[in-house]
Write a protein that binds this ligand. Structure first.
Ligand SMILES: [Zn+2]
Length: 254
Protein backbone atom coordinates (compact mmCIF):
# COMPACT_ATOMS: atom_id res chain seq x y z
CA UNK A 1 0.00 0.00 0.00
CA UNK A 2 2.83 2.43 0.90
CA UNK A 3 4.40 1.26 -2.30
CA UNK A 4 1.23 2.05 -4.27
CA UNK A 5 1.15 5.57 -2.84
CA UNK A 6 4.74 6.07 -4.00
CA UNK A 7 3.96 4.79 -7.50
CA UNK A 8 0.91 7.06 -7.69
CA UNK A 9 2.89 10.07 -6.46
CA UNK A 10 5.61 9.53 -9.05
CA UNK A 11 3.06 9.10 -11.85
CA UNK A 12 1.38 12.37 -10.87
CA UNK A 13 4.68 14.26 -10.77
CA UNK A 14 5.64 12.82 -14.17
CA UNK A 15 2.33 13.87 -15.75
CA UNK A 16 1.61 17.14 -17.51
CA UNK A 17 -2.10 17.45 -16.92
CA UNK A 18 -3.81 15.57 -14.10
CA UNK A 19 -7.60 15.58 -13.86
CA UNK A 20 -9.63 14.12 -11.00
CA UNK A 21 -12.92 12.27 -11.26
CA UNK A 22 -14.90 11.72 -8.07
CA UNK A 23 -18.05 9.78 -7.32
CA UNK A 24 -20.32 8.77 -4.49
CA UNK A 25 -17.57 6.86 -2.64
CA UNK A 26 -15.88 10.07 -1.53
CA UNK A 27 -19.17 11.51 -0.22
CA UNK A 28 -20.00 8.40 1.80
CA UNK A 29 -17.11 9.27 4.12
CA UNK A 30 -18.92 12.56 4.83
CA UNK A 31 -22.05 10.69 5.89
CA UNK A 32 -23.93 10.99 2.59
CA UNK A 33 -25.61 7.79 1.56
CA UNK A 34 -24.95 6.47 -1.93
CA UNK A 35 -27.86 5.92 -4.32
CA UNK A 36 -26.90 2.46 -5.46
CA UNK A 37 -25.43 -0.61 -3.78
CA UNK A 38 -25.61 -1.79 -0.16
CA UNK A 39 -27.21 0.85 2.10
CA UNK A 40 -28.11 2.92 -0.97
CA UNK A 41 -31.11 5.23 -0.91
CA UNK A 42 -32.51 3.73 -4.09
CA UNK A 43 -31.75 0.18 -2.93
CA UNK A 44 -33.97 0.86 0.06
CA UNK A 45 -36.68 3.12 -1.40
CA UNK A 46 -36.65 2.18 -5.08
CA UNK A 47 -35.28 4.29 -7.90
CA UNK A 48 -36.91 7.65 -8.60
CA UNK A 49 -39.10 7.84 -11.71
CA UNK A 50 -37.01 7.59 -14.86
CA UNK A 51 -39.09 10.34 -16.43
CA UNK A 52 -38.49 12.90 -13.66
CA UNK A 53 -37.42 15.63 -16.06
CA UNK A 54 -40.39 15.05 -18.35
CA UNK A 55 -42.70 15.36 -15.34
CA UNK A 56 -40.98 18.59 -14.39
CA UNK A 57 -41.39 19.95 -17.91
CA UNK A 58 -45.04 18.94 -17.99
CA UNK A 59 -45.84 20.73 -14.73
CA UNK A 60 -43.00 22.80 -13.25
CA UNK A 61 -45.30 24.48 -10.75
CA UNK A 62 -46.34 21.15 -9.24
CA UNK A 63 -42.70 20.06 -9.15
CA UNK A 64 -41.79 23.17 -7.16
CA UNK A 65 -44.70 22.69 -4.77
CA UNK A 66 -43.44 19.16 -4.09
CA UNK A 67 -39.89 20.38 -3.48
CA UNK A 68 -41.15 22.97 -1.04
CA UNK A 69 -43.04 20.30 0.86
CA UNK A 70 -39.85 18.19 0.99
CA UNK A 71 -41.41 14.96 2.05
CA UNK A 72 -40.10 11.44 2.63
CA UNK A 73 -36.85 10.33 1.01
CA UNK A 74 -36.04 13.79 -0.29
CA UNK A 75 -36.17 15.21 3.19
CA UNK A 76 -33.70 12.68 4.70
CA UNK A 77 -31.38 13.13 1.78
CA UNK A 78 -31.48 16.92 1.77
CA UNK A 79 -30.85 17.01 5.50
CA UNK A 80 -27.86 14.70 5.14
CA UNK A 81 -26.53 16.92 2.35
CA UNK A 82 -26.92 20.11 4.28
CA UNK A 83 -25.21 18.81 7.39
CA UNK A 84 -22.34 17.15 5.47
CA UNK A 85 -18.85 18.59 5.78
CA UNK A 86 -15.79 17.97 3.61
CA UNK A 87 -13.34 15.39 4.94
CA UNK A 88 -9.58 14.92 4.45
CA UNK A 89 -9.94 13.50 0.91
CA UNK A 90 -11.76 16.64 -0.25
CA UNK A 91 -9.08 18.80 1.35
CA UNK A 92 -6.30 16.68 -0.17
CA UNK A 93 -7.74 17.22 -3.67
CA UNK A 94 -8.01 20.96 -3.02
CA UNK A 95 -4.38 20.94 -1.89
CA UNK A 96 -3.27 19.11 -5.04
CA UNK A 97 -4.92 21.88 -7.05
CA UNK A 98 -3.24 24.51 -4.89
CA UNK A 99 0.12 22.82 -5.51
CA UNK A 100 -0.52 23.15 -9.25
CA UNK A 101 -0.65 19.38 -9.70
CA UNK A 102 -4.37 18.84 -10.20
CA UNK A 103 -5.62 20.90 -13.12
CA UNK A 104 -9.32 20.12 -12.94
CA UNK A 105 -11.81 18.10 -10.96
CA UNK A 106 -14.87 16.45 -12.48
CA UNK A 107 -17.36 15.30 -9.89
CA UNK A 108 -20.50 13.22 -10.18
CA UNK A 109 -21.50 14.40 -6.71
CA UNK A 110 -24.04 17.13 -6.10
CA UNK A 111 -23.09 17.86 -2.49
CA UNK A 112 -20.90 20.99 -2.95
CA UNK A 113 -18.19 19.42 -0.75
CA UNK A 114 -15.31 19.97 -3.20
CA UNK A 115 -16.09 23.69 -3.39
CA UNK A 116 -16.55 23.79 0.39
CA UNK A 117 -13.07 22.25 0.77
CA UNK A 118 -11.53 24.94 -1.43
CA UNK A 119 -11.27 23.31 -4.86
CA UNK A 120 -11.79 25.99 -7.50
CA UNK A 121 -11.72 24.28 -10.87
CA UNK A 122 -14.65 21.92 -10.47
CA UNK A 123 -17.13 20.62 -13.04
CA UNK A 124 -20.24 19.31 -11.31
CA UNK A 125 -21.57 17.02 -13.96
CA UNK A 126 -24.82 16.27 -12.13
CA UNK A 127 -25.21 19.79 -10.76
CA UNK A 128 -25.02 21.24 -7.26
CA UNK A 129 -27.77 20.76 -4.70
CA UNK A 130 -27.21 24.25 -3.33
CA UNK A 131 -27.78 25.95 -6.68
CA UNK A 132 -30.62 26.64 -9.05
CA UNK A 133 -30.37 26.70 -12.84
CA UNK A 134 -32.33 28.27 -15.68
CA UNK A 135 -33.34 25.57 -18.15
CA UNK A 136 -33.28 28.10 -21.00
CA UNK A 137 -29.92 29.89 -20.58
CA UNK A 138 -28.10 27.63 -18.03
CA UNK A 139 -27.42 30.57 -15.65
CA UNK A 140 -26.76 29.29 -12.11
CA UNK A 141 -28.09 31.04 -9.05
CA UNK A 142 -27.68 30.64 -5.31
CA UNK A 143 -30.94 29.55 -3.74
CA UNK A 144 -31.47 32.86 -1.95
CA UNK A 145 -31.09 34.83 -5.20
CA UNK A 146 -34.37 33.51 -6.56
CA UNK A 147 -37.74 34.33 -5.08
CA UNK A 148 -40.14 31.42 -4.71
CA UNK A 149 -43.14 33.66 -4.25
CA UNK A 150 -44.51 32.79 -7.68
CA UNK A 151 -44.07 29.22 -8.90
CA UNK A 152 -42.33 28.17 -10.99
CA UNK A 153 -39.63 30.78 -10.42
CA UNK A 154 -38.32 32.60 -13.48
CA UNK A 155 -34.80 33.52 -14.59
CA UNK A 156 -34.01 37.19 -13.92
CA UNK A 157 -31.92 37.28 -17.11
CA UNK A 158 -34.10 35.56 -19.69
CA UNK A 159 -37.42 34.72 -17.98
CA UNK A 160 -36.80 30.99 -18.52
CA UNK A 161 -38.07 28.49 -15.96
CA UNK A 162 -35.77 27.83 -13.01
CA UNK A 163 -35.19 24.36 -11.62
CA UNK A 164 -32.73 22.85 -9.18
CA UNK A 165 -29.22 22.65 -10.66
CA UNK A 166 -29.11 18.91 -9.95
CA UNK A 167 -29.65 16.83 -13.07
CA UNK A 168 -32.82 14.76 -12.95
CA UNK A 169 -33.49 11.41 -14.55
CA UNK A 170 -34.31 12.01 -18.18
CA UNK A 171 -32.62 15.41 -18.15
CA UNK A 172 -29.64 15.97 -20.41
CA UNK A 173 -26.36 16.97 -18.74
CA UNK A 174 -26.13 20.78 -19.19
CA UNK A 175 -24.06 21.37 -22.32
CA UNK A 176 -21.67 23.87 -20.73
CA UNK A 177 -20.62 21.38 -18.04
CA UNK A 178 -20.44 18.49 -20.46
CA UNK A 179 -18.15 20.48 -22.78
CA UNK A 180 -15.86 21.41 -19.89
CA UNK A 181 -15.58 17.76 -18.86
CA UNK A 182 -14.83 16.67 -22.41
CA UNK A 183 -12.23 19.41 -22.92
CA UNK A 184 -10.47 18.63 -19.64
CA UNK A 185 -10.51 14.89 -20.32
CA UNK A 186 -9.00 15.52 -23.76
CA UNK A 187 -6.14 17.44 -22.16
CA UNK A 188 -5.52 14.88 -19.41
CA UNK A 189 -2.56 12.51 -19.46
CA UNK A 190 -3.38 11.24 -15.98
CA UNK A 191 -6.70 10.76 -14.24
CA UNK A 192 -7.36 10.14 -10.56
CA UNK A 193 -10.61 8.22 -10.06
CA UNK A 194 -11.78 8.56 -6.47
CA UNK A 195 -14.74 6.64 -5.09
CA UNK A 196 -16.32 6.01 -8.45
CA UNK A 197 -17.10 2.76 -10.17
CA UNK A 198 -17.40 4.90 -13.31
CA UNK A 199 -20.68 3.14 -13.90
CA UNK A 200 -22.79 6.07 -15.04
CA UNK A 201 -22.25 7.65 -18.46
CA UNK A 202 -21.00 10.14 -19.50
CA UNK A 203 -18.50 10.08 -16.61
CA UNK A 204 -17.76 6.42 -17.31
CA UNK A 205 -16.21 7.39 -20.65
CA UNK A 206 -13.61 9.81 -19.24
CA UNK A 207 -11.15 7.36 -17.64
CA UNK A 208 -11.48 5.08 -20.64
CA UNK A 209 -10.59 7.97 -22.94
CA UNK A 210 -7.52 8.94 -20.90
CA UNK A 211 -6.38 5.33 -20.88
CA UNK A 212 -7.04 4.75 -24.58
CA UNK A 213 -4.66 7.53 -25.59
CA UNK A 214 -1.87 6.23 -23.37
CA UNK A 215 -2.50 8.25 -20.20
CA UNK A 216 -2.22 6.98 -16.65
CA UNK A 217 -5.14 5.99 -14.48
CA UNK A 218 -4.96 5.89 -10.70
CA UNK A 219 -7.85 4.61 -8.63
CA UNK A 220 -8.70 5.29 -4.99
CA UNK A 221 -11.45 3.03 -3.77
CA UNK A 222 -12.30 0.68 -0.94
CA UNK A 223 -13.06 -2.12 -3.36
CA UNK A 224 -12.25 -3.37 -6.81
CA UNK A 225 -14.36 -1.54 -9.41
CA UNK A 226 -15.16 -1.87 -13.09
CA UNK A 227 -12.21 0.49 -13.67
CA UNK A 228 -9.64 -1.59 -11.80
CA UNK A 229 -8.50 -3.65 -14.81
CA UNK A 230 -7.63 -0.39 -16.62
CA UNK A 231 -5.74 1.20 -13.74
CA UNK A 232 -1.97 1.67 -13.50
CA UNK A 233 -2.27 1.87 -9.72
CA UNK A 234 -5.23 0.94 -7.52
CA UNK A 235 -5.04 2.27 -4.00
CA UNK A 236 -7.35 0.45 -1.59
CA UNK A 237 -8.64 2.08 1.55
CA UNK A 238 -10.64 5.08 2.67
CA UNK A 239 -9.93 8.04 0.41
CA UNK A 240 -9.93 10.19 3.56
CA UNK A 241 -6.76 8.33 4.59
CA UNK A 242 -5.06 7.44 1.31
CA UNK A 243 -5.32 10.83 -0.45
CA UNK A 244 -3.73 12.77 2.43
CA UNK A 245 -0.93 10.15 2.47
CA UNK A 246 -0.42 10.76 -1.23
CA UNK A 247 -0.23 14.53 -0.77
CA UNK A 248 2.26 14.11 2.10
CA UNK A 249 4.40 11.83 -0.03
CA UNK A 250 4.35 14.23 -3.00
CA UNK A 251 5.28 17.21 -0.81
CA UNK A 252 8.15 15.21 0.70
CA UNK A 253 9.78 14.24 -2.60
CA UNK A 254 8.90 17.23 -4.73
ZN1 LIG B 1 -32.17 32.20 -18.08
Amino acid sequence: MGNDIERAGKLILASEYVVGLTGAGISVESGIRPFRGPGGLWTEHGEPPMDGYQRFQADPKKHWEEIIKRSGVTSDFVQALESARPHPAHYALAELEELGLLKYLITQNIDNLHLAAGSKKVAEIHGNVQKLRCVACNARYERDEISLETLPPRCPRCDGIIKSDTVMFGEPIPLDVLRTCQQETRKADCMLAVGTSAFVYPAAAFPQEVKSKGGALIEFDLYETALTPLCDVSIRGKAGETLPQLVDYIKAIR
